[in-house]
Design a protein. Sequence first.
Length: 193
Amino acid sequence: MALNRYDFYKIQGNQKNKEKVQLYRFKNDFKDIYIVEIFQYDFSVYAVKFYIKNHRYSKNRYNICYKKEFKIGLGFQTGNANFIKVLNTILSIVVEILRKDGLASFGFMGAPKESESNPEINSANINPDCTVANTKRYRIYHLYIRKYFNPIDFEYIDSSTSSILLLRNNKNKEALTKEVAENYIVDTIIPNL
């Protein structure tokens, strides 16, 4: 699969909250360094999270977006091409993991933008567990993932109410049944967000 993406490399993995974490790094056209965290759970489930390195100490590091004025100030019309290359890079990392673990399933959460997680603006979509329903990023990931992962090989287990998409590897569907996957999202992945 030849994608227009950034060059990436694996950096030291570690233990974080009793979970195995693989870390990857890449730099975009704006010279921003991205960190991709791949959390490995039971049943060969990998949760994919990413952020810009400058925001690594922020509790909102997964939610932060660039402002349009910043990109235009750098001479770019929009950040759309960068965003697609970022997604393509993350997809390439996922494919690399899948080559190493043929049973791998992947979870993606569309982190809410600031306005989506603001109760004064969006209270109807904010859940008691602090997840946000049907975020813009979730809708984008939802469409993007379907473009590259064949439904014969992966089942899409959606939770639009918490903006999470799980690509369940059909090679692993006996151990990771739909019921187990849905419970795993609620009992393990969401509490560790």
